[in-house]
Design a binder for this molecule. Structure first.
Ligand SMILES: Nc1ncnc2c1ncn2[C@@H]1O[C@H](COP(=O)(O)OP(=O)(O)O)[C@@H](O)[C@H]1O
Ligand SMILES: [Mg+2]
Length: 326
């Protein structure tokens, strides 16, 4: 059986605040397979960025990883020291942030930045690194003659493209994209996502792609993980999830996007709003908003039920149906 490139096992992350600990990732397990595009969906505040930063081990206080394991290419990332992490970050796994400005250095040119990164981690000399930088920029749709531009001279879309070039320059096996196109207009967003998919096809890296745009996500992802209030509600193949969502929250999300829900005509939003993680509802966190709620829902956290290859959900209705022990 193929081994996952990334295996997250029972991961929990807390923010230690004055009002008490906020668990932003609550006992979450998921795998990313080689060459797979895994989409991560969930409303704002559901823990997506926390998950990405925990994997990259770039969380800052007051965040603490309070449990679990993150295996990446057979190494437990949570056990590595700074030196071990430095050797992996950007070389084996990299991240593109919502605003590339966060990753780009304003005082040197975009070319210098890619060249510097390559010179630190490879034996390329300056001219080899520069040639590769031109090639990378062209691959992400930036004319090579823009190599001496500074980030502030580029449009938002171009900057995100530079962020992607930088993330790919050392040929990592996993790239995490955290809402890379959210700040862009839809045409540019579509173009960039198309390019990411093309590059992924050509180079074969795995992608964890975070967005709140479920429609776009279902188009580009092989599998999709749906988060609700710090927990994984459902994970499964993109097509299966779209045509036959199993968790009431996934069903609700799809109904809110009428163009992709089977048979839906008018958007129907889920009543209520996501809970504060400071005092989340008991049992299944979705139960106060769920139209199919039963007694068990407010009492215990539903266990994860396997629903098919690569498909699982945390819902009492499903665990009862399949006869799983609770
Ligand atoms: N710096 C912080 N301090 C305290 N709590 C935080 C901090 N950052 C995030 N959180 C908590 O973690 C939750 C998840 O945040 P985040 O991972 O950024 O969500 P998402 O990326 O899905 O919007 C938030 O709802 C908030 O409760
Ligand atoms: Mg986020």
């Amino acid at each position: 059986m193929t081994k996952p490139v990334l295996s997250i096992q029972n991961l929990s992350v807390d923010y230690v605040t004055d009002d008490g600990p906020v668990r932003a990732i609550d006992n979450v397990s998921l795998d990313v397979m080689p060459g797979e595009i895994l989409g991560v969906a969930g409303e704002s505040g559901s823990g997506k960025t926390t998950l990405a930063k925990a994997i990259m081990r770039i969380l800052q206080p007051p965040a603490v990883i309070s449990g679990g394991r993150v295996l990446f290419e057979d190494k437990d990332l949570l056990q590595l020291d700074e030196e071990g992490l430095r050797r992996l970050r950007w070389t084996r796994m990299s991240m593109v942030f919502q605003s590339a400005m966060d990753a780009l250095n304003p005082v040197i040119s975009i070319g210098e930045q890619i060249v510097d990164t390559m010179k630190v981690h490879t034996d390329f000399n300056s001219s080899q690194a520069r040639d590769r930088a031109v090639h990378l920029l062209e691959m992400v749709g930036i004319p090579g003659d823009r190599i001496d531009s500074h980030a502030h001279q580029l449009s938002g879309g171009m900057r995100q493209r530079v962020g992607i070039a930088l993330a790919l320059c050392l040929e990592p096996s996993l790239v995490i994209l955290d809402e890379p196109t959210t700040a862009l207009d839809v045409v540019v967003e579509k173009e960039i996502l198309g390019e990411i998919k093309e590059l992924q096809n050509k180079l074969g890296f795995s992608v964890m792609f975070i967005t709140h745009d479920l429609e776009r996500m279902l188009q580009v992802s092989d599998r999709v993980a749906v988060f609700y209030a710090a927990r994984l509600a459902e994970i499964g193949p993109a097509k299966g999830l779209r045509d036959n969502p199993q968790h009431p929250y996934t069903q609700g999300l799809l109904k809110a996007f009428p163009s992709i829900a089977p048979g839906a005509r008018t958007p129907e939003s889920i009543p209520g709003s996501p809970p504060s993680l400071l005092s989340p509802p008991s049992g299944c966190r979705f139960h106060p908003r769920c139209s199919q709620v039963v007694d068990a829902c407010s009492q215990t956290r539903p266990i994860r039920t396997d629903l098919g290859p690569g498909h699982a959900a945390e819902c009492h209705l499903l665990s009862q149906e399949t006869g799983a022990a609770t």
